[in-house]
Design a protein around this ligand. Structure first.
Ligand SMILES: Nc1ncnc2c1ncn2[C@@H]1O[C@H](COP(=O)(O)OP(=O)(O)OP(=O)(O)O)[C@@H](O)[C@H]1O
Ligand SMILES: [Mg+2]
Length: 262
């Protein structure tokens, strides 16, 4: 009998994941067509692909916000298809943080209350959480804005609040759907620096989606998706080239161009 695969070393593993959306009229749309991949614990991965290619769908499945039509989503070695709604919610709360393109802050709560809210839901001791939140908000340059409401902040500041909120419970996995999509390049850089630091300092596994190659350049690995399929997917270890390889490829291209001109 073949030995069972040991997936505990991965933060996220997908096995032949398909996602079919059915609308109210019964029309079906196949968003993912069989995705298999492994993301190592502590890795920083960028998900790239054209609009409609399935990035958000994939992140939703990785975050157990949605379930695949078929295939398996394995988080920290645990197969989520065997878990009920309550268990999934527990897993999400204890393991996964989310950052969305539109920040998703609660408009009537202060910056500080937005950040501490998820911990209150969990019933975690609030004094320590409040102190941690204040310290982290100060670290990202928002120490003076704890009592402001989201609409009094710039887009970049709101996204920093959203990232602090996602990190305050020290999730082992952070999923960010176009976290810099609405930001100017300076704010985007601040946000990416925070994500990079969280990844290196807390060993958080970060997966972000982006259309921007410069943003993807912050990641250690890039996964390319098109029409619901991984590109260059030759095996279950579906991404196997890094930014370093891409840079080498760019260098080679430059040299080829230079030679062509000679
Ligand atoms: N709830 C839904 N019902 C029906 N179809 C959907 C639903 N959500 C997404 N889709 C379709 O699935 C495909 C993948 O969508 P998804 O949002 O994952 O793409 P994306 O890569 O995140 O695109 P973008 O870069 O524009 O955010 C799209 O063609 C979309 O229209
Ligand atoms: Mg999307």
């Amino acid at each position: 009998m073949p030995k069972a695969e040991d997936l505990t070393r991965y933060a996220i593993s997908l096995r032949d994941v398909h996602k079919v959306y059915t609308n109210k009229a019964g029309m079906q749309y196949i968003a993912l067509r069989g995705i298999s991949l492994d993301i190592e614990k502590g890795d920083f991965v960028a998900l790239m692909g054209p609009s409609g290619s399935g990035k958000t769908t994939l992140l939703d499945l990785m975050g157990t916000l949605d379930t695949p039509t078929s295939g398996r989503v394995i988080i920290d070695g645990t197969d989520t298809s065997e878990m009920n709604g309550n268990k999934l919610a527990e897993l999400r709360n204890s393991t996964i943080g989310f950052v969305f393109q539109s920040y998703n802050l609660i408009s009537y709560l202060s910056v500080l209350d937005n950040v501490t809210l998820p911990s209150k839901v969990k019933g975690v001791a609030t004094k320590a959480t409040i102190e941690d939140s204040e310290a982290m908000l100060a670290e990202v340059g928002l120490g003076e804005k704890l009592e402001k409401r989201p609409n009094e902040l710039s887009g970049g500041e709101q996204q920093r609040v959203a990232i602090v909120r996602a990190f305050i419970n020290k999730p082992r996995i952070l999923l960010a759907d176009e976290p810099t999509g609405n930001l100017d390049s300076k704010s985007a850089k601040v946000v990416l620096d925070i994500l990079t630091r969280m990844c290196t300092e807390n060993s958080t596994t970060v997966v972000l989606s982006t259309h921007d190659p410069e943003v993807a350049g912050f990641a250690r690995h890039i996964i390319h998706i098109r029409d619901g399929l991984l590109e260059n997917a030759s095996s279950t270890r579906s991404y196997n080239y890094s930014l370093h390889d891409l840079m080498n490829e760019k260098e080679k291209q430059k040299k080829r161009h230079a030679n062509d001109k000679k």
